[in-house]
Design a protein around this ligand. Structure first.
Ligand code: USQ
Length: 406
């Protein structure tokens, strides 16, 4: 298949590009390199040293003989350029990762909120609009988020996208319907993914586009079978307070002797998936497209759930790291349970990598190898969700020092 990977230079986009190329697909990365610009804006760098995208694809060709083409296009900004590319190349499938994906970055300031909404919503809409205009019947696979549901299970498992509801009709009977699970975003970033869902629903219904939306949990790990093949194919690995995600951050913190930064009580339960499983899920989704006229196909792309403080304690036991309970910069439930349905990928053959599979140590080893690149001052998460929370943290005499250390 000819596959366009929008955002193929990013944390999940890059290993996905390699995985699909290794399977023999004709992979084209389209990327604005915005994530590299954001590194420059924030003054941080990936823990792992990343080569340019051109160099990465050169090494991939040298190692495997497979060609991955790179096209520098900002799909949110340059609609006509992007449309012309789609028209000339007519891919069979399009994987859409080309969105600003960090919740704390999206909440940093009014400019960051504007950027995240403009970039993400325009990127998605430009893609859908161009596909209709060009009569392009490609299968669109989008990287969404578990965060569209919120994280509360109200005593029932979160279904894969759609909720069965009974609506009482005027004649007193019950009309059974399936509706998109009510959106309940917890950040501006997560909100853009909720808006994406509506765009997908409309374009599938109105124009018959074939769309799969993957509601992914928090990705952990860094290597995949392909990124391991050469040191210059290494994946990016974020540790800073804006882009680092919780489990990877804890592993890096353990490796550099920094107390694990638990927000609040650590009672937040979240869904997780290893990066290797993430790329496998995308392959499975590609092999199982919806038919023309079908509603959007939704998968929950996660393999296990964990409470933040349990993760901190597990890593503390493994590595001897201290745990710090910090004031929470986010507005989120202090404690929640989370049960998620994920049958579809398991039925398609996903064999999940679990936390206990020993890969936690592998990540700590990667972190130790590159610990010299860590700027410890960039570890704390300082992006506050509201002005009140920002003021509270500012006036907390203990912040950013540690509230309690076990
Ligand atoms: N947290 C800590 N300490 C930290 C960092 C985070 O306690 O040092 C807590 C947060 O307060 C939150 C939880 O850990 O309760 C998860 O935070 P996160 O930064 O790991 O994840 P999140 O902001 O939700 O975003 C990440 C990805 C995003 C993806 C999402 C999937 O950046 O692209 O969509 O995970 S999900 O969380 O399932 O919505």
């Amino acid at each position: 298949m000819k596959i366009a990977i929008l955002g193929g230079d990013g944390f999940v986009g890059w290993p996905t590009s390699l995985h699909l190329s290794s399977l023999g697909h004709d992979v084209h990365i389209i990327d604005s390199l915005s994530r590299r610009w954001i590194d420059a804006e924030l003054g941080v760098q990936s823990l792992t040293p990343m080569d340019s995208i051109q160099e990465r694809t050169r090494i991939w060709k040298q190692e495997t003989g497979h060609t991955i083409q790179f096209h520098l296009i900002d799909i949110a900004e340059h609609y006509e350029v992007f449309k012309a590319w789609l028209s000339d190349n007519r891919p069979d499938a399009i994987i859409h990762f080309a969105e600003q994906r960090a919740a704390p970055y999206s909440m940093k300031s009014d400019q960051h909120k504007n950027y995240t909404v403009t970039n993400n919503v325009n990127a998605t809409h430009h893609l859908l609009n161009a596909m209709v205009e060009l009569d392009l019947d490609a299968h669109l696979v989008h990287l969404g988020t578990m965060g569209v549901y919120g994280y509360s299970n109200v005593g029932a498992a979160i279904p894969e996208g759609y909720l069965d509801v009974g609506v009482e009709t005027l004649s007193g009977t019950t009309a059974n319907q399936q509706i998109l699970y009510p959106a309940n975003p917890g950040s501006i970033y997560h909100m853009t993914k909720c808006l994406d869902q509506l765009l997908f629903q409309f374009y599938a219904k109105n124009d018959g586009l074939r769309i799969t939306d993957l509601h992914q949990g928090i990705v952990w790990g860094t290597h995949t079978d392909q990124t391991r093949r050469h040191k210059q194919l290494i994946n990016r690995f974020d540790y800073d307070g804006d882009y680092g995600t919780v489990l990877n951050r804890f592993l890096i913190q353990a490796a550099i002797g920094y107390p694990l930064t638990v927000h609040g009580t650590g009672g937040q339960t979240r869904a997780f998936i290893h990066i290797q499983d993430s790329v496998r899920c995308i392959e499975l989704a590609l092999q199982n497209p919806p038919d023309t006229g079908d509603r959007v196909k939704v998968f929950n792309q996660m393999t296990e759930t964990h409470r933040v403080r349990d993760l901190a304690e597990l890593i503390s036991r493994l590595t001897g790291a201290k745990v710090a309970y910090l004031p929470n910069p986010r507005k989120e439930a202090a404690e929640n349970d989370l049960v998620v349905e994920n049958k579809q990928f398991l039925e398609l053959g996903l064999d999940p990598i679990r936390l206990e599979d020993g890969l936690l140590e592998e990540v700590v080893d990667v972190a130790k190898a590159f610990a010299y690149r860590v700027d410890r001052s960039r570890v704390p998460a300082v992006s506050a969700w509201t002005r009140d929370i920002a003021t509270e943290i500012e006036h907390d005499p203990e912040h950013p020092r540690l509230k309690s250390v076990s």
